[in-house]
Design a protein around this ligand. Structure first.
Ligand SMILES: Cc1cc2nc3c(=O)[nH]c(=O)nc-3n(C[C@H](O)[C@H](O)[C@H](O)COP(=O)(O)O)c2cc1C
Length: 205
């Protein structure tokens, strides 16, 4: 238990936004480990309204970096993960609920309770709602990268309309939300963290 606590603390302390990567690919088993951390993430109503697109191809990374304000570390990383937010959860919500290990009565109750909530959302609200879930997956992905001793950087600076088009997404069903670039760190020194003091952010009521 103590070692799990320490390991988790180390994962958090060692994750930082790495912007210089070696020119080496990410081994398949590492990538699988990272993606699994994203897949296991919690989501509201268990909707998992996300997809993770994996970009390893050098030419594609360069193209995507151009959509991401020409950020060097987007072109020069081991892999880019593009996290998309799904807006089509209204279509699969009931089937997904039915697939869960729950008594029929509870499933029916949930449908009655939540279907009107989902049906009432317009596309912008769906996007907002789905993005919230995507960012939970993002946190787990980034920490999984850190657990492997690899570097990552979250990339929000990109033109989402252009990236939607690049991926040929049906924007009524799915939109790009955030990127995570991953690679082997160029250097092993971990920069000192700059964070607000606990007293400023934690309020006991
Ligand atoms: C939503 C979001 C978007 C970000 N976008 C970028 C980005 O486009 N480019 C970049 O180099 N870093 C980006 N960052 C990284 C932040 O600058 C970084 O997390 C923050 O300065 C704290 O530093 P640390 O991650 O090293 O602890 C982003 C982080 C988040 C959470």
């Amino acid at each position: 238990m103590e070692s799990t606590k320490q390991a988790f603390q180390q994962i958090l302390q060692e994750r930082y936004s790495c912007r210089e990567f070696k020119d080496s690919p990410i081994p398949k088993e590492s990538l699988d480990y990272i993606l699994e951390a994203g897949r296991l993430s919690p989501s509201s109503l268990g909707l998992e309204p996300w997809r993770f697109y994996v970009v390893e191809d050098k030419a594609k990374k360069l193209e995507i970096s151009k959509i991401a304000n020409n950020q060097n570390h987007v072109a020069n990383c081991g892999v880019i993960l593009i996290l998309t937010a799904r807006l089509d959860f209204g279509e699969y919500f009931i089937d997904k609920l039915k697939a869960r290990n729950m008594p029929q009565e509870e499933i029916n109750q949930r449908i009655t309770l939540y279907k009107p909530f989902i049906d009432a959302m317009d596309e912008e609200q769906k996007l907002h709602y789905a993005r919230e879930q995507v960012f939970l997956a993002l946190g787990n992905l980034a920490n999984a990268v850190s657990a492997l001793g690899l570097g990552s950087c979250i990339i929000g600076g990109f033109d989402s309309n252009k990236l939607d088009t690049y991926l040929n997404l049906n924007i009524h069903k799915e939109r790009t939300a955030i990127l995570l670039v991953i690679g082997e760190k160029m250097q092993n020194q971990i920069p000192k963290k700059s964070r607000n003091p606990k007293e400023e952010i934690v309020k006991f009521l």
